[in-house]
Ligand binder design. Structure first.
Ligand SMILES: [Cu+2]
Length: 84
């Protein structure tokens, strides 16, 4: 069964950031699809319930350089771009 969670990641600035997030999350087992909204600074992830949790996904985002919260929270993070 699949679940979908949207995370807010204020450090998303451009398509390069989106690509970095796609790479980081698609590498995780259980992640089925990743949609990055650059303008909205949001990441919507569909994942297999039982294989990965929203906390795992949030941790993966943080390791990729994009501290995130789920949509009901606010996140703070440094303003740095990862488009290199
Ligand atoms: Cu960027």
């Amino acid at each position: 069964m699949s679940n979908t969670t949207t995370f807010r990641a204020p450090d998303i600035h451009c398509g390069g950031c989106a690509n970095a997030i796609q790479r980081a999350l698609n590498a995780r087992e259980g992640v089925e699809s990743v949609a990055v909204d650059v303008a909205g600074k949001a990441v919507t992830v569909r994942y297999a319930e039982g294989k990965v949790t929203p906390g795992d996904i949030r941790a993966a985002l943080g390791r990729a350089g994009f501290p995130a919260s789920d949509a009901s929270e606010s996140a703070s993070g440094g303003a740095n771009c990862h488009a290199s």
